[in-house]
Design a protein around this ligand. Structure first.
Ligand SMILES: Cc1cc2nc3c(=O)[nH]c(=O)nc-3n(C[C@H](O)[C@H](O)[C@H](O)COP(=O)(O)OP(=O)(O)OC[C@H]3O[C@@H](n4cnc5c(N)ncnc54)[C@H](O)[C@@H]3O)c2cc1C
Length: 287
């Protein structure tokens, strides 16, 4: 298995902020993953899986965890019957790859998710979603490895998940997932194009970002609250809430973790003061 040392974690977060990891593991198969999980147990160091890093923020300085990139877990297997396609995808398979498949075979169920910069592992762990759907709408089964290094196959109804939450955020490593997609009569590539254009219009895709910083509180939008509280475009150093979308953090060049922390604390305090709402972070911050 490939192991890299003295790694710049900023290269593994789409916000491009973060310090150094002593080691980063790149498992290529299930045995490698089990080995790393055992190592995490033996050394009592927390294991941090990294997909695309589009929802992950690392603090500056040296971080002492077992970091694991899913970059080389790329197996993809497709089966079909008259009505459905079943896509069995390893944790490191990207949504970009899935979008190409979905377009090629005109499959229904993935179009709303198509612009999310995710790996299967990260999307399953986060229950990523957009435009009223989420990845768990199309999940059949998840293969995951628990803290004892045991492979478990869970059907969707056996998994604890909700809005941007799954049990995998606390336990286990997502190894692969099986998605069920319907053969469609609609023009799927066209629908996907529409979603991508809409994202381009609303999101600051020209700057390093991590997408939504906060979950939407029940009945309202985090972006709306942040905007009303005066945080749209607000900066501390080179980190700011985007001018284009108040809930998106962006890095204007030389963003530092301490600035980010300060900005989040200011925003959370102000929103609480003005709306009596505690914003819940969607981004995963590794300190
Ligand atoms: C421009 C932009 C737009 C976005 N739009 C959306 C959107 O519309 N909807 C949405 O839901 N999100 C969105 N996001 C956030 C992000 O893309 C999603 O949360 C995505 O699912 C993260 O996938 P990832 O592979 O990058 O995971 P990472 O960011 O690498 O990891 C996210 C979390 O999952 C854990 N994890 C990663 N892989 C595994 C694994 N194999 N097993 C267990 N845990 C794992 C990580 O440790 C971390 O806690 C957006 C982000 C950006 C930058």
């Amino acid at each position: 298995m490939k192991i890299e040392e003295n790694i710049n974690l900023s290269n593994f977060s789409t916000l491009k902020v973060g310090g150094k990891a002593k080691r980063l593991f790149f498992p290529e198969n299930i045995e490698d993953i089990k080995y790393i999980i055992n190592l995490s147990q033996d050394t009592e160091k927390k294991l941090i899986p990294i997909g695309i890093g589009s929802n992950l923020i690392f603090k500056d300085g040296e971080l002492d965890y077992i970091f694991v990139s899913t970059k080389f877990l790329k197996n993809l297997h497709i089966t079909e019957n008259n009505e459905y396609f079943y896509i069995e995808a390893d944790a490191g398979v990207s949504f970009k790859t899935l979008v190409n498949l979905v377009k090629r075979y005109n499959l229904e169920g993935f179009e709303s998710l198509s612009g999310i910069p995710a790996s299967i592992g990260g999307a399953v762990a986060m229950n990523a979603g957009a435009y009223g759907s989420e990845i768990f709408d199309i999940i059949e089964e998840v293969y995951w490895i628990n803290k004892e290094g045991k492979l478990i196959v869970s059907k969707k109804n056996e998994i604890n998940y909700s809005y941007r939450y799954t049990q995998f955020q606390e336990e286990g490593f997502v190894y692969k997932a099986i998605l069920k997609l319907k053969k469609s009569n609609k023009n799927i590539p066209q629908i996907i194009k529409k979603h991508l254009l809409d994202r381009n219009k609303k999101q600051p895709l020209d700057l390093p970002t991590t997408g939504s910083t906060y979950k939407n509180p029940e009945g309202t939008y985090a972006g709306y609250l942040l905007e009303k509280a005066g945080f749209k475009g607000k900066r501390v150093g080179d980190i700011g809430f985007s001018q284009k979308h108040a809930n998106f953090l962006v890095n204007y060049g030389n963003g530092k973790y301490k600035d980010l922390k300060k900005l989040l604390e200011l925003a959370e305090e102000k929103v609480k003061e003005e709306f009596k709402i505690n914003l819940e972070r969607e981004v995963k911050i590794i300190e």
